[in-house]
Design a protein around this ligand. Structure first.
Ligand code: SF4
Length: 360
């Protein structure tokens, strides 16, 4: 009965609440979820499916914090620790721009000795070396820690980075907002409330952002639903989120590894429920270095309308945690053909989901 109510609400265009979200997770079959999520995605985005030409820059893997799910961080004295010089960053983004990329995604560890000046220099270096790139940089976790260290208000810190060339904020660090879960997986870093408040401040300053959720570890369905409803509430207020990106916990080389990983079917279930719940966030992204390129096509049938981008073998965060694509990279042709094969229509987009029309 509760499932029937949830389906009826959705098909009547009504907003789903906590109870309906949980019942979809618990009781809806995968074919039903595929149907519902596709219904919502067709209403929002039709058959259009987006990708961009992008790459990552990960300035350091040295991190102040020790989140138990993280396979990427290293202590400063570890032989596997590294950081990029400003010259190396400039060189990388120049190459990315020359390849036709439109966006650089910058995120990494919270380096213990970095201050606002270091972040400012990174953004300024990228902006000067590759002025056409949209700079999406630094998760709320990195920003909050560095602003605090630099004795800056969030408003002032964000304003300084915006003046240096920052265009938007990636969605990392959200994990699961519930504090009892956070205490177990990432007790040292910002709270869920702080993550949301930082994004609110960014949106007020005209910086859009993405939203993520790390799932498939110790959280419950209720925690996932509450997380998404908190994002939905903020989106009602600011309209600043560009997309939602569910991120599956990968189990290799981290302290939570004993928990194992959820199946592909659970990943699809999660895409579908999030598409049904987040009625005010325009796009649902499959970050394919997390899922594996071979699994991308099926995600399109569970509400996903955005494939992230070409990536260009520029990120290690998921491969260090055991993802299949050790050197994640995709060509535009590969992404386009995959989208056509699944019955959708590919469009290149910029970082705020405007279509990029290239001349023939
Ligand atoms: S998830 Fe981020 S903040 Fe946490 S340890 Fe890893 S790099 Fe550091």
């Amino acid at each position: 009965m509760a499932l029937c109510n949830a389906v009826e609400l959705l098909l009547c265009g009504q907003r789903l609440g906590r109870e309906e979200g949980v019942v979809l997770y618990r009781e809806a079959t995968l074919p039903l979820l595929s149907l519902l999520a596709t219904y919502v995605r067709l209403q929002k985005n039709g058959y259009e499916t987006y990708y961009n030409r992008n790459a990552h820059v990960e300035p350091t893997n040295i991190c102040l914090f020790q989140c138990s799910f993280c396979s990427y961080r290293r202590d400063a004295h570890s032989p596997e620790a590294w950081y990029l010089t400003l010259e190396q960053i400039a060189q990388r983004v120049k190459e990315q721009e020359a390849q036709g990329n439109t966006e650089v995604h910058i995120t990494g560890g919270v380096h213990p000795s970095w201050t606002i000046e270091d972040l400012e220099q990174i953004v300024h270096t990228v902006h000067t070396a590759a002025p056409t790139l949209h700079i999406k940089a630094f998760s709320a976790v990195e920003l909050i820690a560095i602003f605090q260290k630099s004795d800056l208000t969030w408003h002032d810190g964000l304003s300084r980075l915006k003046n240096a060339g920052l265009c938007s904020i990636p969605g990392g660090g959200a994990e699961i907002f519930d504090e009892s879960v956070r205490r177990r997986i990432c007790p040292e870093k910002c709270t869920g409330r702080e993550w949301l408040a930082l994004h609110r401040e960014a949106h007020k300053l005209g910086l859009t952002s993405n939203a993520t959720m790390l799932f498939g570890h110790i959280e419950s369905y209720e925690h996932r639903v509450d997380h998404m409803l908190a994002l939905r509430n903020l989106q009602d207020e600011t309209r600043g989120f560009n997309c939602f990106i569910p991120l599956k916990y990968r189990a290799a080389h981290n302290a939570l590894a004993v928990q194992g990983e959820v199946s592909l079917l659970e990943v699809l279930r999660n895409y579908a429920v999030s598409r049904c719940l987040l009625d005010n966030i325009g796009h649902l992204k499959c970050y394919w270095p997390m899922l594996g390129k071979k699994n991308l096509p099926i995600a399109l049938h569970y509400g996903v309308d955005d494939l992230d981008g070409t990536i260009g073998n520029s990120t290690r965060i998921y491969s260090m945690a055991g993802a299949q694509d050790n050197r994640p990279s995709a060509t535009v042709e590969e992404l386009q053909q995959m989208v056509y094969r699944e019955g959708f229509v590919p469009f290149e987009r910029n970082s705020v989901y405007e279509k990029i029309v290239t001349s023939a």
